[in-house]
Design a protein around this ligand. Structure first.
Ligand code: GLY
Length: 351
């Protein structure tokens, strides 16, 4: 793996959190191994890629908003450095975000978000339906009002993962249990390092007993579509929509690609994509973006968000030799840069 003079680290989990930690730790001089039976294939691969602390803000979750904002400020530099290290585009999109509403109740949701952001001194500009369509012509007439939140960005999650994989070697082995400075593999072998970092997302509680009731899976289904030559291209910005009380988001990708997300269920470790989930996402998205029905349907997928009890990530040294970085719930992509910094500070004994 990486040679390093500062000590050895095993990272358990090859999603965006584990790989970001591994990359930063190796760059800082640690000898790093990453273990994951199927790297870059879990929730990080299914993600929409929104970097959206403001439009995901919720009253009572001010600490998460602060953490998310601090991580978002790191993203441009994180993306630049990752691109330089990997030779690959890290897929940061800086066009901003629109929040749109369809009916009167959705508009009330939108106004509540605007009031909440204003009370926190955060900027969001109200827009009429006409103003929205002048920015994004593909948005349909049932959208009557919205907010522009230029500070909320997005990344192409799969580009980020490809770039991180190019700078991190990952061993495809299954881990059975994690402890201080020790990892037991499913085949019975044991690995040791100075520090183990547990970043196994929704599975973290299955590998380390103290997390069993701290992190749980929350299923999310997404769709991937692509505009055809005869349809209007997708919006250039992320569009977050309230549609008759339902929440759906549209996140553009390069080359006419569009991610539509996401359902949210407490369904244990089930990753079945259901017919009802696909139908609901398409139905809600079509009310906002009528041309979507003519897009090519590329993929549907389900991932398991690692949710914590208070929606804040769990980033801490649980025991000497064991650092935990999990529980990122809806915000793994957003919180990757700050999580890597916080874990690195632990590894360096700075916090
Ligand atoms: N970050 C959006 C989601 O988890 O669906």
């Amino acid at each position: 793996m990486f040679s390093g003079a500062r000590g050895s680290v095993i990272v358990v989990g090859g999603g965006v959190i584990g790989l970001s930690v591994a990359w930063r730790a190796a760059a800082a001089g640690f000898a790093v191994s990453v273990l994951d039976p199927a790297p870059a294939s879990g929730a990080s691969a299914v993600a929409g890629g929104m970097l959206a602390p403001l439009t995901e803000a919720w009253p009572g979750e001010e600490a998460l908003l602060e953490l998310g904002s601090a991580s978002l400020r790191r993203w441009p530099e994180f993306a630049r450095e990752l691109a330089a290290a990997s030779g690959r585009d890290a897929g940061l999109r800086e066009e901003g975000t629109l929040v749109v509403a369809v009916d009167a109740a959705d508009r009330a949701d939108l106004l509540a978000l605007a009031d909440h952001l204003a009370s926190l001194g955060r900027h969001a500009e109200p827009l009429t339906g006409k103003q929205i369509r002048s920015l994004e012509p593909a948005i349909g007439p049932s959208v009557r009002s919205g907010l522009s939140v230029p500070g909320d960005l997005a990344v192409d999650n799969r580009k980020v993962l490809a770039a991180l994989r190019a700078v991190c070697e990952v061993e495809s082995v299954r881990v059975a249990e994690v402890g201080p400075a020790t990892v037991r593999l499913a085949d019975g072998a044991t690995r040791r390092a100075d520090v183990v970092v547990l970043a196994a997302g929704a599975w973290s509680g299955q590998l380390y007993e103290p997390l069993r009731h701290v992190v749980r899976p929350v299923k999310g289904e997404i769709l991937r579509l692509r505009a055809t030559r005869s349809t209007l291209p997708p919006p250039s910005r992320t569009v977050r929509c309230s549609v008759q009380g339902n929440h759906v988001y549209l996140v553009p990708r390069d080359d006419g690609g569009l991610v539509v997300g996401a359902t949210q269920y407490e369904a244990g470790f089930d990753t079945t994509v259901t017919a009802g989930g696909v139908r609901d996402l398409l139905r809600w998205a079509e009310q906002v973006l009528p041309t979507i029905s003519e897009y090519e349907f590329v993929e549907s997928a389900a991932g398991l968000r690692p949710a914590s009890t208070d929606n804040l990530p769990v980033i801490d040294e649980f025991e000497p030799g064991l650092v935990v970085a999990t529980g990122h719930h809806r915000n793994g992509m957003l919180l990757a840069p700050i999580t890597a910094d916080l874990v690195l500070a632990r590894l360096e004994g700075k916090s």
